[in-house]
Design a protein around this ligand. Structure first.
Ligand code: PLP
Length: 437
């Protein structure tokens, strides 16, 4: 028998074993999923949280720990796909929520906290002169794109292979039938030569270029500073709006990854943790572009949204961003993440199979392949069955990662939690010695 076929089969049988253990350990989650399937398709209302054979239902959370319906407690390394930066029970955020509760919510008027949060964002991001709020990162990106099209009077949008800007703006390997029907030009991430020729080809029709300075959903793949600089230079020269999607990466420093790289986009989109754990999105940037939304000016752009200044989001967001996640704390978290990733890569290097952790700062992703990863093209040969096995082995060690192998730090985490992750990865590497080789 061909050895690769043999190892593929043996991994599948190991995954089947893992499924059986998982099923027997989580009977209440299994029952809950069956019940929910009667009213939600597959018992699910958020695709990314679905995990075969059935997803685990969570009952409560505290600090950086979560507890399932079945009573298992995990170290929360998912961190709500980065929206959970503050952990689950931050006292300063709690106080802001309690104040909001005392003063009533769904008010239907301007509130002071919207200025507080906007000011924090504008102060920290030199590229953001003015900002507007939305309810999700998806919405923020849709508005940023629509804004670029409206001010430029052009149609096309350059995005990149592997890019993720929301459920209707995904550019992974298979095209989603739900993608918004804009005219997209698909560039190769981190490949300047091919990107430049596409830009040249579409120069007269491009409204904007939209890019994540580190691709998050595709597995924490950083854009090189050279690539981003080249994009900045070219788009400036040709007067095309450059949008950085920093929905995930804004946590990399006080002013996001754009501060680390010292590159100023025309527009930036934000989301995830900045709402303090509540629904949040924002888009902002150059004064001349954003000023168009001023309702006291002629021919202004209308941007509606019942919950754009949701009392809970604005209150929790301003308290968290202003008092908890200060620029110093942001830089320190990134540093701690870099150290942890280096330690994890040391363990990965001792595995009998290809394995590595990519990322920047406090966001990382495991990949079961070797060689430098500069784009999703470089991970196409990675062993996804082994990555599934990694997921189930992490759960066995009471670590809660994303099924796709993403691991994110949150502020309550310390050395104890880092040790637990490293230990879990050591157990995986040891236990799975000889698999897939
Ligand atoms: C999560 C995410 C989005 C979408 O944000 P939602 O709030 O889930 O709509 C957009 N872009 C990036 C880079 C993200 O990580």
């Amino acid at each position: 028998m061909n050895t690769s076929l043999k190892s593929a089969q043996s991994i599948q049988s190991l995954i089947n074993e893992a499924y059986e253990r998982y099923t027997s350990k989580n009977p209440l989650s299994h029952a809950q999923n069956k019940k929910a399937s009667g009213v939600l398709p597959g018992g699910n209302t958020r695709t990314v949280l679905y995990s075969a054979p059935f997803p685990i239902t969570l009952a409560s959370a505290e600090g950086c720990y979560i507890t399932s319906l079945d009573g298992h407690t995990y170290v929360d390394y998912l961190g709500e796909f980065t929206a959970g930066l503050y952990g689950h029970t931050d006292p300063i955020i709690r106080e802001a929520i309690e104040t909001a509760l005392d003063n009533g919510w769904v008010r239907g008027g301007h509130i002071e906290q919207e200025e507080d949060l906007a000011r924090l964002i504008c102060d920290r991001f030199p590229s953001i002169d003015l900002v507007r709020f939305a309810n999700s990162g998806t919405e923020a990106n849709l508005y940023a794109i629509a804004t670029a099209r409206a001010v430029s009077n052009k149609n096309k949008i350059m995005v990149f292979e592997g890019g993720y800007h929301g459920g209707v703006l995904t550019f992974g390997s298979s095209a989603s039938p739900l993608r918004v029907p804009y005219e997209f030009v698909l560039g190769q991430f981190n490949n300047w030569d091919s990107t430049e020729s596409l830009l040249e080809e579409n120069r007269n029709d491009l409204a904007c270029v939209l890019i994540e300075p580190m691709q998050g959903s595709s597995g924490c793949i950083p854009a090189s500073p050279e690539f981003l600089s080249a994009l900045r230079e070219w788009t400036s020269k040709h007067n095309i709006i450059l949008i950085f999607d920093e929905v995930m990466t804004s946590r990399m420093s006080g002013g996001g990854l754009q501060e680390v790289y010292d590159i100023r986009p025309d527009l930036t989109t934000l989301g995830k943790y900045i709402g303090g754990g509540f629904s949040f999105g924002a888009f902002g940037g150059r004064e001349d572009i954003m000023r168009r939304f001023d309702p006291s000016s002629p021919n202004y752009f209308s941007h509606a949204g019942t919950f754009n200044n949701n009392v809970f989001t604005m209150s929790a967001g301003a308290a968290g961003y202003g008092k908890v996640f200060t620029p110093d704390v942001a830089r320190d978290l990134s540093k701690r993440g870099e150290t942890l990733r280096a330690r994890l890569n040391k363990v990965a290097a001792s595995a009998t199979f290809p394995m590595q952790f990519t990322g920047i700062g406090s966001l990382m992703n495991v990949h079961m392949c070797s060689g430098e990863i500069k784009s999703t093209r470089d991970t196409s040969g990675s062993n996804n069955e082994l990555r599934d096995l990694f997921y189930f082995d992490m759960l066995e060690s009471n670590i809660w990662p994303a099924r796709r192998g993403m691991l994110n730090l949150s502020l309550p985490m310390g050395e104890v939690e880092f040790e637990r992750l490293i230990n879990a990865v050591e157990i995986f590497v040891e236990k799975r010695r000889g698999v897939a080789t």
